[in-house]
Unconditional design. Sequence first.
Length: 492
Amino acid sequence: MDYESVIGLEVHVQIKTDSKLFCSCPTVFGAPPNSNICPVCSGYPGCLPVLNRKAVESGVRTALALGCEVREESVFARKQYFYPDLPKNYQISQYEKPLAEGGELFVETAGRPEPLRVRILRVHLEEDAGKLIHPEGAGGAEGSLVDLNRTGIPLMEIVSEPDLRSSEDAQRYLEALKSSLEYLGVSGCDMEKGSLRCDANVSIRPAGSRTLGTKVELKNMNSFRGVRDAVDYEIARQTAAVESGGRIVQETRLWDAEKGESRPMRSKEEAHDYRYFPEPDLPPLAAPKEWVESLRAALPEMPRARRERFTRDYHLTGYDARVLTAQKELGDYYEAAWQLLRTVRGDGREKLLANWVTTELLGRLNAGKMELASSPVPAESMAGLVRLILDGTLSGKIAKTVFDEMWATGGEPAEIVQKKGLVQVLDEGRIREWAKEALARNRKAADEFRSGKERALGSLVGAVMKASGGKANPEIVNRILLEELGSGKTGG
């Protein structure tokens, strides 16, 4: 029997604020254990929470960008469970009346002509719990340590409907959501630091069925690849269990990236297990329409709209537009460079610049696992390099040599060209001499070309470029070689 997987994601996003959700403790990452805590976030009796306005604004902006309906009144609730890293023995979250509901996110996925529409069930605010550390032999004996620095960190939980059908869908959705959050500037979205965390609810059902199967929740996935691998593993595990006559148990499982497998953590809780009730120390959260609309009006251009503009205004392919707009900083880089090239003549300027950014620049960044902010080639220098190609100073091959030097030294392209004598040769007389020399030394290739083997021209062009040290203009080289070959001369 064929089975269909059904996947929904619960994404926890750390909101970028200076202080915690209900107190003034700092949110800086990497501080010594239990150094960023106070009586409020440590759960001391009698301490009252005070809501962080910026966190609320970020939640509302995110909800609006995802097309959600923001409630005029939402309510915080106590989600009660008992765990060592939860000092109050409850978490302040939202349940029956969340901040916002009913949005959508469009996701580009392979094999689909149109973007996948993933519905957003809800966006709500909550505080984070602490962190348990399990060192071997802690204090001379086996034990666990508790760091409460994360306790009270402001989070948004963004819950999707079960609209995803594969591990690739899940990964692409998470990437698209991360991109949107970065455009909004509401989170650092660093999965390694825990500011973007994802739980996946996975089930299977017979292909064509509309009935949902028993879902299993997956936790502890700290990378996009981890999400994909964990979902694939769970789909295979559930399929094997059903085909062998077993049944799926509703549970929470932990993903072990090193072993490439998941293991049971606990039976999956239902909402009633948490005994939600309204938080008595916080009044209902009011979001007046006028205030919400002012935030809507100030939203930045989002990735999908920017991608459409790049294809329309810069005449880029869908692929180039997707790559350039996936990260806000990269799109900003491209547009900053383009502004410096707008007055430069030349066909295909937009595509040429896109090629250098997506291939050469991104290739170096990815190889070195570097962020764009660390690039030694700023947008101004990239524009200068492309300008030299467009005005004929550099060939594409020599431009790569110049880029190598720019990357290594941070130098300006024009200065590198002058210092190393890399100006492209446009003198047709010199190029014709190189062409005649190449034809004389490569008579066999010349004869093969005249007999109809057009590929032979490539070796002749290569011989001319070698003789010129790569400086001859390729278009002139091709034209002159064809002229010489057409005349029947072989030089010398």
